[in-house]
Design a protein around this ligand. Structure first.
Ligand code: SF4
Length: 367
């Protein structure tokens, strides 16, 4: 048996015994595989399982997803971040339902759909349809960079081509569904980023970085993007017991999500000054800050956001209609209704804090 055949045989045997019981692995329904692969981009497996299960209960088929309102789709996605993934799932479901509501069974047609790139198309082709296409995620890159002891950054073009060529030789014609998943699973469970469990690895016998003692330095990665800190301030204003929220523009970051008016703090401004200015710029309403609620932090991509939340009151024109300078729609909603709308993570943290804050009842009564 050649080294590559041995690699494949050992890997498949290990996967048969150790693969995790994941909901989309029970039927390999193409819709389930597609949704799981989109959710797994940038998100940990344990979180995805919970979100996936809720999603499939609410949107069990492509046509039910296509018929849903975007607000509901985003609300169900809330907390997973990278909302363009949810918008693209929804948009693609609508495109598919123009012609039978079926996910294509060929690579090129999958690639033509919104939100489906080479990795996702390869994952759907192999996992859902058991066809031999590559699906190289960060787990596979890590395993291969160690197994073949790649001494240059794994994302370099030559290394990507090298990995694809090796995969071609290793993929077993009739078991690509399991082979691709097994490689990813090996990276997720054994060939871990910081502490690979080499003594439990089914392919350890041929692993070059293990033989050469270079494993801790593999994979070589490109330098990380610098963290950018952003300070923001937002205001919660009550009118007759209801809070003003607005829906963000569709071509902006956090597109189509809801928020409390506010924005970035400029250099030299206090958070209180910023919320007063931003509120006016976005709504034409003059406000006063009455009380600090709290400060929350959250991260997305390489941004670290600090969000200062304030209770505010309208200082003039109490019944004036808020303008829409930075939003497509606004509403006055009861605090209990906030759970029906999808908010960015920072605003949701603020809402969770508010709902626990006993002062809300007092303010509602005063509003
Ligand atoms: S032997 Fe260790 S480093 Fe090599 S592939 Fe297995 S877990 Fe990764």
């Amino acid at each position: 048996m050649s080294e590559y055949s041995q690699f494949t045989a050992n890997l498949l045997e290990w996967f048969t015994i150790h693969s995790r019981d994941l909901p989309w692995r029970r039927t390999y329904d193409p819709y389930h595989v597609w949704v799981s692969e989109i959710m797994l981009q940038q998100t940990r497996m344990d979180r995805v399982v919970a979100y996936f299960s809720r999603w499939i209960v609410r949107f069990p088929t492509i046509n039910i997803l296509a018929d849903a309102a975007e607000d509901e789709v985003l609300r169900l996605w809330e907390g997973l971040g990278y909302y363009s993934r949810a918008r693209n799932l929804h948009k693609t479901a609508r495109i598919l339902c123009e012609n039978g509501c079926h996910l294509p069974e060929d690579y090129e047609n999958l690639l033509a759909l919104p939100g489906i790139g080479p990795y996702t198309a390869g994952a759907i082709m192999s996992i859902a349809y058991n066809r031999c296409y590559p699906a190289v995620d960060a787990n596979v890159e890590r395993v291969f960079s160690r197994y073949f002891d790649l001494a240059s950054p794994v994302k370099e073009k030559k290394n990507k081509s090298f990995i694809l060529a090796k995969l071609k030789k290793m993929q077993p014609d009739d078991q690509c569904r399991f082979f691709n998943q097994a490689l990813m699973e090996l990276g997720a469970l054994i060939c871990l980023p910081a502490t690979p469990v080499c003594h439990k690895c089914p392919v350890a016998a041929f692993c070059l970085s293990r033989q050469r003692g270079t494993t801790p330095n593999r994979p070589l990665l490109q330098p990380k993007k610098k963290t950018i800190r952003i300070d923001m301030a937002t205001g919660i204003v009550f009118r007759k017991g209801k809070i003003l929220i607005q829906k963000r523009l569709s071509d902006d970051v956090w597109a189509n999500l809801w928020e409390f008016p506010g924005g970035r703090i400029k250099q030299g401004e206090t958070p209180e000054q910023a919320v007063i200015r931003e509120f006016f710029e976005e709504t034409n309403l003059h406000i006063n800050v009455t009380k600090k609620i709290t400060t929350v932090q959250h991260s997305y991509m390489h941004y670290r956001v600090t969000l200062h939340g304030f209770f505010c009151e309208i200082s003039d024109g109490k019944n004036k209609k808020p303008a829409l300078h930075a939003a497509q729609e606004n509403r006055w909603v009861a605090i209990d209704e906030l759970k029906k709308f999808a908010f960015p993570a920072g605003h949701r943290k603020l809402i969770d804090y508010l709902l626990e804050d006993i002062q809300v009842d007092r303010l509602k009564a005063e509003g």
